[in-house]
Design a protein around this ligand. Sequence first.
Ligand SMILES: Cc1cc2nc3c(=O)[nH]c(=O)nc-3n(C[C@H](O)[C@H](O)[C@H](O)COP(=O)(O)OP(=O)(O)OC[C@H]3O[C@@H](n4cnc5c(N)ncnc54)[C@H](O)[C@@H]3O)c2cc1C
Length: 465
Amino acid sequence: MECESGREKTPDVVICGAGIAGISAAYHLSVRHGVENVILVDERPPLTLTSDKSTECYRNFWPGPGDAMVSLMNRSIDILEELAREMGNAFHLSRRGYLYCCADLEQVPNLRRAAEESAALGAGPLRCHDGKPSHESYIPPDDRDFDKQPTGIDLITEKPLIERHFPYLSEKVVAVLHARRCGWFSVQQLGMLLLEKARQKGVRLLSGKIRSVDIVRNRIQAVRIERNGALERIPTKHFVIAAGPLLKEVGRTIGLEFPVFSELHLKIAFKDSHRIVPRRAPMLIGTDPIVLPWSEEERKEWASAEGTRKLLDPLPSGVHARPEGGLESTVLLGLWPYDVVLVEPVFPFPIDPHYPEMVLRGLATIVPGLERYVEHLPQAVVDGGYYTKTQENRPLIGKLPVEGAYVIGALSGFGVMAACGAGELLASHVTAGPLPHYASAFAFERYEDPRYRQLLKEWEQSGQL
Ligand SMILES: Cc1cc2nc3c(=O)[nH]c(=O)nc-3n(C[C@H](O)[C@H](O)[C@H](O)COP(=O)(O)OP(=O)(O)OC[C@H]3O[C@@H](n4cnc5c(N)ncnc54)[C@H](O)[C@@H]3O)c2cc1C
């Protein structure tokens, strides 16, 4: 059966997906631009596919080329801070920073280069603490007030200073890079608050799956939604794709093949019942590849099976963890993308049974106290989702070749931190408002530019954690 939703006013905009990207787009269109008739369509409850599985962290510490990523994130964080002030910080925005921990002296110049680059691109001033008298002393992280924290980057190579402020780190750590305009917040709370505000401005949330789109003379005419076993046709001139990991699938409804692929990323939550990591700690990240110290017995066991043999090899850097919850909580979140491969998104996705143990082993290389959990594995809740991303790990935000179609996607591992800025940018595209200087860096048509295609060949840093 097919019916046309004739009773309601024709929506100005239909958004496919009520993850943080779609909700932010709906908020910006309705609340900040006064677009009156916006419909958000999702086949799932809002925020439940990827957005509520994230580590909920944000940073303005990003590499080039160009300042587009730093600028987008700075703008997104500006909006987050604005909203936090407006809402009495109802979504618990904190700013303790990201602490990159390096145990390899040879890598310290790379850390410095990354800090200099990001600082030059707009992440804030770089302060080096190397034991020589410096103008500014190091200000340790403070969990209380997000807007009273320093910005920029502290690079500490003075060992006693590292030991004084971060006594729980491995004694092998020789340098830490503390990126300061970084922290975390509750995405669920933020998303629901934005949705609430959008609904007050008339945004409707419709439960259903967008199956197809009517296009006449390369212009959007209507979307067809499967709801309660029936197909409903909703006429609209503007269709926004905010489909998260299902970007490719939804792109095909308008005949587009998005240049994206997906990686499965998992995360664990476990109780740090011995309180090894202080509750006020920043986000901790290991910057060195890891060779795990397996026992002889374990080596034999892992070597005997195809799936586990590779765990004996050097494994990639990027293990990270942060405290979750208030000072009374003991929960830590831990992630380690040690075995990331490209996959087609499927739900539910497979969970590597070794993941919790591997994350704990990886984390113990930067926080040795966590070793005790390797011996007695705590109960860990494992969840995760897909990083759906472009080749260069930059988002797709803006107009599409079909007139009236837009995208806000390929948000990879940074969709939560970018959502406010990305939603604002998307709304400017839809309402033909002024665009910021970084808009072209995220446009779909960038791949048609031969200079951009050349740049892609030389691209070095994806900025992915
Ligand atoms: C383990 C992990 C850790 C992460 N950590 C961070 C972090 O610390 N900081 C950060 O910024 N980001 C992080 N991310 C990334 C972030 O979670 C994502 O980039 C972000 O949630 C993507 O939001 P989205 O709205 O695009 O997608 P989603 O949240 O997946 O929402 C897409 C929605 O579209 C709907 N949809 C799709 N197709 C259709 C259709 N045909 N009809 C109707 N509805 C449809 C889906 O049901 C879904 O609800 C992490 C991700 C993972 C997996």
